[in-house]
Ligand binder design. Structure first.
Ligand SMILES: *Cc1c(COP(=O)(O)O)cnc(C)c1O
Length: 495
C-alpha cells in the first residue's frame, strides 16, 4: 500500500514520503501527515527475534513506501552502526519500577541522534529520487540537542549545508560547547538573543517566505528542515517504541499483545507523537503519559482542552523541553478533528493571532489515551537523588521529569501496566544539574570537573562526545538578534 502525505492545513496538498522529507514543511506552514497508517503485518513475536536495524526496516518500510528496499536498508545500515556505543542501539533497563529506554547512545548522547543519524541518508536519497540538483540547506532551530545531533549528522555530507540557531542563554554549557566546536565545513551555528520559540518562529518564517525561497532557488539552493516537523524524523522515532516492546516480549516480561504505557518527556511533541503513530500501526499502547517541566502548556491543554501559550517562558534545568509552542501537537489536533485541515487551520490561525485555541468536546474525547502532568526543577533534583540512592543509576534532568510524572501518574490512577519511560539524554549532557542534585557541594566545581565526578559516581565511562569537546576550539561565535536570522543565513551561503 502506498502511503501518501497530506498537509494539515490544505487537504489538496499531497506528497510522497520522499517529497515530504525533502520539503520538511508543507506550504502555508502546514505539516505533512500520513494519509493512513498501515497496520504492521509482522507479528510482535517475530519482531522479538530481530535486531534494531531489522525492526527499523519493518517499521520504516511501511511508512516510507516510495523508498526501495535497497535504498532504505542502505540508509538504516549507514545510520545505526558504530556511531552508537552499543550494538543494542537503544537498550532497555529496569529501574524504579519501570523500563527505561535509553535513547542516548548515539554520537551526541541525546535521543535526537535516533532520527538525526538517519535523516541525512533519507534526505540525500530523496534528493536523488526526485532529481534535485540544488544544494540542500538545512535550517534548524534548537533548544539544545537537535542542533548538535543535526550538525553531526549533516557535517560534510555532499550536497548539503546546515545552519543552526540556538537560544544564546537557554542551553546547558555542554550543549553549547558541543555546537560551537563543530568542525564540519558545511556547518554554521549562531546563538540568538531570544528563546527557543523565537528561534523556531524565525526558521519557520524563512521556510514560508516565498520571495526568499525564489531567491535561493536562483542561487542554486533549497531549504529543508531537520526539526521534528520533518516526517523524516518522526518515522525513525516510531522504531524504538516497537523495538522496546519487542525486547520486553523477548525477555518474557510481557506476552505479545499485552498493553504497555509509555512516558515521554515532552517539548515539541515529536517523540510522544511517534509513539502514538506506532500505536496506530498496531503496537499495543494503553496510555501516552506526556511529561512537561514548568513550561506546562501541554499539561494544561490535556486537562482543560485549551492551548494557551500566553505565559511566562521559564528557563528550567531541562532546557530541551523549554518550549511553549509544541509544533507537532498540530498533527494530533488534525487527527482528533477527524483529519480535518479546515478545522485545524482555524485553530492554528487562532494560535498565531491570539496565542491560544480551544478544542471541541468531540475532539477532547479522542484524547482519552493521553495523560499529562509536570514536574518542577525541585522535583527533578529529588528524583535524580532518589534513583541514585536506590541502585546507583543516574538519569539526566529530562528523563527525571518523566520519572517524576510517572510517579504522579501511578498515585493518580493506581495503574500497574508495565511502563516504558523514554530516557532522552545522557546525564553527561547536563552534568551540573545532575551532580548538584545528588550532592549540593558540587556547585563550586568546573564543568569538566563535574564530568569526572559523574564518572566516579555512575561507573559509566565518559562518552566520546564529551571527551571530544574538553579541549576543542570554538569554531562558531556568531550571536545575532532574531530579526537578523535571514541576513546571517544569506551571509553563510555567500549570497
Ligand atoms: C528534544 C528533547 C526532548 C523533547 O522531545 P520532543 O520530541 O521535542 O517532545 C526531551 N528531552 C531531550 C533530552 C531532548 O533533547
Amino acid at each position: 500500500m502506498e502511503v501518501l502525505y497530506r498537509s494539515t492545513r490544505n487537504a489538496e496538498e499531497t506528497a510522497t514520503a520522499s517529497q515530504a522529507i525533502l520539503k520538511g514543511l508543507a506550504n502555508e506552514g502546514g505539516l505533512f501527515v500520513p494519509d493512513e497508517i498501515p497496520e504492521m503485518d509482522v507479528s510482535l513475536e517475530a519482531l522479538a527475534d530481530m535486531s534494531y536495524q531489522e525492526v527499523a526496516y519493518e517499521v520504516m518500510s511501511r511508512m516510507l513506501t516510495d523508498f526501495t528496499e535497497d535504498e532504505l536498508k542502505a540508509c538504516i545500515s549507514g545510520a545505526y552502526d558504530t556511531n552508537f556505543d552499543t550494538d543494542l542501539i537503544a537498550p532497555v533497563k529496569y529501574h524504579h519500577g519501570a523500563f527505561i529506554l535509553e535513547l542516548f547512545h548515539g554520537k551526541t548522547i541525546a535521543f535526537k541522534d535516533m532520527a538525526l543519524s538517519i535523516l541525512p541518508y533519507l534526505l540525500t536519497t530523496a534528493a536523488k529520487k526526485n532529481n534535485i540538483d540544488k544544494e540542500i540547506v538545512i535550517l534548524t532551530a534548537t533548544s539544545g540537542d537537535t542542533g548538535k545531533a543535526a550538525l553531526a549528522g549533516f557535517a560534510d555530507v555532499p550536497g548539503t549545508r546546515i545552519a543552526v540557531f540556538y537560544p544564546k542563554n537557554g542551553v546547558s554549557p555542554i550543549q553549547e560547547k558541543q555546537m560551537v566546536t563543530e568542525k564540519g565545513k558545511n556547518t554554521f551555528v549562531a546563538g540568538i538573543t531570544g528563546n527557543f520559540d523565537d528561534a523556531q518562529t524565525g526558521v519557520k518564517k524563512m521556510f514560508a517566505d516565498k520571495e526568499l525561497n525564489k531567491y535561493l532557488d536562483e542561487k542554486g539552493f533549497q531549504f529543508s528542515s531537520a526539526n521534528s516537523i520533518n516526517i523524516g524524523r518522526l518515522v525513525p522515532q516510531m522504531v524504538y517504541y516497537v523495538y522496546a516492546y519487542s525486547r520486553l516480549v523477548k525477555a518474557g516480561t510481557i506476552s505479545a499483545g499485552d498493553e504497555i504505557n509509555v512516558v515521554v518527556p515532552t517539548g515539541n511533541f515529536g517523540n510522544i507523537l511517534a509513539a502514538y503513530y506506532a500505536s496506530l500501526m498496531g503496537l499495543p499502547i494503553k496510555k501516552f503519559i506526556c511529561a512537561s517541566n514548568e513550561n506546562k502548556v501541554l499539561y494544561d491543554f490535556f486537562t482543560t482542552g485549551e492551548y494557551d501559550r500566553n505565559r511566562e517562558f521559564i528557563l528550567t534545568t531541562s532546557p530541551s523541553m523549554d518550549i511553549l509552542i509544541s509544533s507537532n501537537l498540530e498533527r494530533l489536533i488534525y487527527r482528533i478533528a477527524g483529519n480535518d485541515a479546515e478545522k485545524n487551520t482555524e485553530l492554528m490561525k487562532s494560535l498565531n493571532e491570539t496565542g491560544k485555541y480551544e478544542i471541541t468536546d468531540e475532539m477532547k474525547k479522542n484524547l482519552y489515551q493521553f495523560y499529562g502532568n509536570f514536574a518542577d526543577s525541585e522535583e527533578v533534583s529529588e528524583i535524580i537523588r532518589k534513583m541514585y540512592d536506590e541502585d546507583g543509576y543516574i538519569i539526566d534532568t529530562h528523563t527525571a521529569v518523566a520519572v517524576s510524572v510517572y510517579d504522579k501518574y501511578k498515585v493518580d490512577t493506581q495503574d500497574e501496566t508495565p511502563t516504558v519511560i523514554a530516557s532522552t539524554a545522557s546525564p553527561y549532557k547536563f552534568t551540573r544539574s545532575v551532580m548538584t542534585a545528588i550532592d549540593k557541594t558540587m556547585e563550586a566545581k568546573g564543568d569538566f570537573e563535574l564530568v569526572d565526578e559523574l564518572e566516579k559516581l555512575s561507573q559509566v565511562r565518559i562518552p566520546r562526545a564529551v571527551e571530544e569537546i574538553r579541549t576543542a576550539p570554538v569554531v562558531h561565535d556568531t550571536v545575532c538578534e532574531k530579526e537578523e536570522m535571514e541576513a546571517v543565513v544569506k551571509k553563510f551561503l555567500g549570497i
